[in-house]
Design a protein around this ligand. Structure first.
Ligand SMILES: Nc1ncnc2c1ncn2[C@@H]1O[C@H](COP(=O)(O)OP(=O)(O)OP(=O)(O)O)[C@@H](O)[C@H]1O
Ligand SMILES: [Mg+2]
Length: 455
């Protein structure tokens, strides 16, 4: 068998040497470079099967190399090495095309595993499914129950496809009813760990004093009433995915324990003195601003960064109105079967009302509205079958604001309006506004000022 050839890039010569020694011991051929420029030179002139790069390097950052490789050598998988304080950078890297990441310090075993995974995933990624999909414009799409037509939903699905076969910890943030749980399930069931369990835990629904033992299990005699040992959710999810819903409500103790699970990949049952190894992908979800909570001490900051390696945002329905009708049709079909009422249609007026309503309860609210209308109607859903608040909301004329504003504010508001009209398709918005994408991005960044953008 031909030995695989690995290019290692790190500005620290010590690190280069260690990696070289370890990889040679694992029977790989290595090339080394201490900077991005030389690395690109090697990529261009040698046959490389895998690139391993550090992210923090002076002069040119490792991220540049990740992006360059993804663009010019899409079939060379990339493994990123990162120090603990910069785990957040791994998000960027994975989004830019890296397949695996390794946090320093790591053992030779961990290195071996990551290298093997990256090499193996290469085959999967470049034989179709993992690739960014060429979406047909304006066609509704459907992916593991996720329906939509907007740019936002397509980006969401692309991101799910990128993470589904990895064990990278993922944080899903979004308003209530936007599909966070649906996304978590899609990641699990469409990915290669789908044969293992998916365990959903609502951290908000379990009393705080029980959460720890529910998550990690307990041993006999750990507390009064613990007559026998019992496994927790984590053991139940071994090999698969644990979905920690409403993570923002986890107590300080649980947060500390979770951090350990992520760092050490092991859990300790309540009352036990020895930890046990565990292999679980963690997907957490929240509708609170966990970043803000971590900044004002309400959530452990280190845990936030550990959870947020990949962040997925489920956009509110009002920001992607082109999804409203495909979703309405989808629910119509779904419930028609349940109620034995086939062939029901939506009147033109209803379609208009649904599209202009703001949907504070998001997709769950739309689902309920369609279900209710279906029960009430015969043949066609008309305005009379909709709740009054939807009809009256669309008649409200927004009050004109008379406050004098700066040109910048008006510009920003106009940009947002255009973005909304085109479902946040930045290319399209830039075209309409007559500026290029880069300028658009800059204007958005400048205006949102200190506001953080996720993803
Ligand atoms: N894109 C979508 N396509 C089809 N159905 C969707 C979509 N998004 C959400 N739904 C449906 O809407 C309902 C709410 O979704 P889900 O429970 O995943 O939301 P959530 O963000 O977890 O809400 P909460 O914060 O209230 O728990 C579910 O019935 C789900 O199947
Ligand atoms: Mg939910």
């Amino acid at each position: 068998m031909n030995k695989k050839r690995i290019l290692i890039v790190d500005d620290s010569f010590d690190m280069l040497e260690v990696l070289q020694r370890q990889l040679n011991a694992l029977n790989y051929v290595t090339f080394q470079s201490s900077n991005v420029n030389d690395a690109i030179d090697i990529l261009e002139h040698s046959d490389v099967d895998l690139l391993i790069t550090d992210l923090q390097m002076p002069v040119q950052n490792g991220m540049e190399l990740v992006k360059y490789t993804a663009r010019h050598f899409p079939n060379i998988p990339v493994l990123v090495i990162t120090g603990y304080p910069s785990v957040a950078g791994a998000v960027e890297a994975v989004k830019s095309g890296a397949m695996e990441y390794l946090v320093k310090p790591f053992t030779i075993k961990e290195l071996q595993k990551a290298v093997e995974k990256a090499l193996a995933q290469r085959a999967v990624k470049f034989e179709g499914d993992g690739q960014k999909t060429k979406w047909k414009n304006d066609q509704p799409v459907s992916y593991w129950g996720i329906i939509g037509q907007s740019e936002g939903i397509k980006e969401l699905i692309d991101l799910i496809r990128r993470v589904k076969d990895t064990k990278v910890t993922t944080l899903i943030t979004g308003e209530s009813g936007t599909g966070k749980e649906l996304v978590a399930r899609a990641i699990h069931y469409s990915g290669k760990y789908s044969k293992s369990p998916f365990i959903a835990v609502n951290c908000g629904a379990i009393p705080e004093n029980l959460l720890e033992s529910e998550l990690f299990g307990f041993v006999k005699g750990a507390f009064t009433g613990a007559y026998e040992s019992r496994a927790g959710f984590f053991q139940a999810a071994d090999g698969g995915t644990i979905f920690l819903d409403e993570i923002g409500t986890a107590s300080g103790t649980v947060q500390t324990r979770l951090l350990r699970v992520i760092q050490e990949k092991e859990i300790t049952m309540v009352g036990a003195n020895k930890p046990q190894k565990i292999d679980v992908r963690i997907i957490a979800a929240t509708n609170s601003d966990l970043y803000a909570m971590s900044k004002n001490g309400k959530f452990r900051e280190d845990l936030y960064y550990r959870l947020n390696v990949i962040s997925i945002t489920t956009p509110p329905l009002r920001d992607r109105r082109s999804d409203v009708l495909p979703l309405a049709q989808h629910f119509l079909q779904k419930f028609s079967k349940d109620f034995n009422k086939e062939g029901i249609t939506l009147s033109k007026e209803v379609a208009g009302l649904l599209k202009s309503y703001a949907w504070p309860g998001n997709i769950r609210e739309l689902e309920n509205v369609i279900q209710r209308a279906l029960i009430l109607c015969d043949g066609e859903i008309t305005a009379g079958h909709l709740p009054d608040y939807i009809k009256s909301a669309s008649q409200e004329v927004p009050a004109e604001t008379t406050i004098l504003r700066t040109l910048k504010e008006v510009e920003y508001e106009h940009i947002l309006k255009v973005l909304q009209a085109v479902d946040h398709n930045k290319t399209e918005a830039a075209r309409i506004l007559g500026i290029n994408r880069k300028t658009l991005r800059q204007k958005l960044i400048n205006q949102s000022g200190t506001k953080r953008t996720t993803g």
